[in-house]
Design a protein around this ligand. Structure first.
Ligand code: ATP
Length: 234
């Protein structure tokens, strides 16, 4: 399998007044093309910091981050903006949809800047929202809004899909169906998915599990017997 992402001795320090906070401290890991990766860890472990640096939303204090062979820590602002806009699809806990655009418009708006984007209607169809394309976020359930957010991310046709606690605001059954959608998309499109969670029960659905603790990598495990989301409970 080809290497897609490499973190090399990545550190991140935040300065809050007089206090220095070490969010990441020498983080190393590899992710291959097409992998479904779960980043696990307790609150404050550094999971979101890893995802934000990988997505070009934050910058490392030290170290290198290679994505598709390019060191994104060396990118100038414009390159980073282009990388974020075109190569990365984000899915957040609280959907972040634009309230006065309907579902279809939310997806189309996100893909406008992407030269290689997919058809918004087709992707909405794929996430099971064909009949809700004209609905506004306030008219959709949490699970439906998250499906729009996933469609928005996928329609950009990005290199990677980054998901930060995508089921954090959803009930058990809806959360499971959103994870199933992400798992299906990963299988069908071969896009790399990196999902951050504190829920250890989700780990068996991943190809690779990266455990983070106090800003360091505790372990990296390859699941030889990856499970389907239907097969696990918590
Ligand atoms: N902008 C910031 N300024 C200062 N400290 C920050 C900032 N962002 C994160 N931190 C700190 O860095 C550490 C790692 O935070 P991070 O958000 O990556 O953890 P996390 O594992 O994603 O936690 P959670 O599951 O609670 O979201 C924490 O101690 C946090 O307080």
């Amino acid at each position: 399998m080809n290497k897609l992402i490499e973190f090399k001795q990545v550190s991140k320090q935040y300065q809050v007044g007089e206090v220095k906070i070490k969010a990441l401290d020498g983080v190393d890991f590899l992710i291959n093309e097409g992998e479904f990766v779960v980043i696990l860890g307790a609150s404050g472990a550094g999971k979101s910091t890893i995802l934000n640096i990988l997505g070009g939303m934050d910058t490392a204090t030290a170290g290198q981050v290679f994505v598709g062979g390019q060191d994104i820590t060396r990118f100038k602002d414009r390159q980073l903006t282009a990388y974020r806009g075109e190569q990365v699809g984000f899915v957040f806990q609280f959907y972040n949809l634009i309230p006065n655009l309907n579902a279809l418009e939310n997806v189309e708006f996100a893909t406008e800047v992407c030269s290689d984007h997919l058809d918004a209607k087709r992707i909405l169809d794929q996430v099971g929202l064909r009949d809700r394309a004209r609905s506004f976020p306030s008219q959709l359930s949490g699970g439906e809004q998250q499906r729009v957010a996933i469609a928005r991310a996928v329609a950009k046709n990005p290199l990677l899909l980054l998901c930060d606690e995508p089921t954090g605001a959803l009930d058990y059954v809806t959360g499971k169906s959103v994870l199933k959608l992400l798992q299906d998309l990963n299988r069908d499109t071969k896009k790399c998915v990196v999902l951050v969670t504190h829920n250890t029960a989700i780990a068996p659905i991943a190809d690779k599990v990266i455990k983070v603790r106090s800003g360091r990598i505790e372990s990296v495990t390859i699941n030889t017997n990856k499970q389907s989301i239907e097969g696990i409970e918590w």
